[in-house]
Design a protein around this ligand. Sequence first.
Ligand code: AMP
Ligand code: MG
Length: 419
Amino acid sequence: MTEFTPLPSCADAYESNSLSVVQATQRITDLLSPVTASEIRPLREALDRILDGALISPIDVPPHNNSAMDGYAIHGTDVKSDLFTLQQIGIAFAGHPFKGNIQPGECIRIMTGAMMPAECDTVIMQEHVEVNDTLITIHGNHQQGQNVRLAGEDLQIGETVLTEGHKITPSDLGLIASLGIGELTVKRKLRVAFFSTGDELRSIGETLAPGEIYDSNRYTLYGMLSHLKVEILDMGVVPDQKQALRLALQQASEQADVVLTTGGVSVGDADYVKEMLEELGQVDFWKLAMKPGRPLAFGTINSTLFFGLPGNPVSVMVTFYQFVLPALQQLAGEAVPIRHHMQVNCVSTIRKLAGRFEFQRGILFKDEQGNTQVKTTGEQGSGILRSMSVANCFILLEEDCNGIKPNTMVTVQPFSGLI
Ligand code: AMP
Ligand code: MG
């Protein structure tokens, strides 16, 4: 009988020279120097870009006291606890202030957003009055100063509106427009080049020979990068040949701030990426105690950052979200974004061996009581890209965790909000 002893492989639970996820994150952060160059963009184009320097308000917002209701602007001193009657002497619309003087005992009709007359400090909702021609009878409990939006209550002149490194959101576009500002100074875009490696890879439109597969990694990378405002350089598929890899890496590193490759980074006989990185630049690390994504080559080629991602399609996405995305965000000058984690009840059994940090694919759902729970997507093979498509979160399982029984609290990282 022959005995079969498996060789060490990526499936091993533990390897002593692997870095932990936390250590790897720190090593990457240590090498980042955020971009300093900036450019001026029209306001709409600044969406999702990173603000260069703080934005200071040049005006008060709103610029004048105005009514928060449709109703009647009055002197606050006229307010009585019982019924009281005032004489209406005019009307103010938004954009059309009342021109005239309002004496005590008088009032004007006023619409939401209309400028408050200088003499008045209080607005009575129209639902709280009885109108008899120009005689306005007011009942109910009212307070001086009510229903008025004060000048500068949103922002005051000279106030910091947004801080350095802020990523511009849709609400920011409105806020900045409310200041009358039409252009913003934002950090320059990062240039990110990527290519797939593998003799087995064909592009869409080509016919597959036996043993060949379609390249999907360039499409997921394109998708993930497109959610960031970076310039994308897709360099196609590079075969498993040292010279071809050497040339592609040289070319990519000359043109980009960050170079990403997929595949060829493990210990197979045609895996040359790490060797080429050693030749052209510096390898910082290449083995991680995580699953999926154990082989991940990180280093530099001159001043360009290099991430040699694994070839398996799920590993590409996991390592991108966990390492490349935060690195790109910091490199782009973004103030460190918060990653939202949630603790939820997991209804599935999850198999896991202690030794590696695992990012399993999960589905957050609402149970019959409306509580959020999570279940696994099932098979977790790193080649099963469908597990990412059906998932809406990662289930984060620490290195020392050795499996989850149903109805255990777990930490999840929802996909929404990752970018
Ligand atoms: P490698 O890391 O090069 O050994 O690749 C690991 C696995 O991922 C192999 O099964 C490859 O065929 C597969 N793979 C590598 N690159 C790609 C790609 N661009 N698209 C789809 N699958 C890939
Ligand atoms: Mg390969």
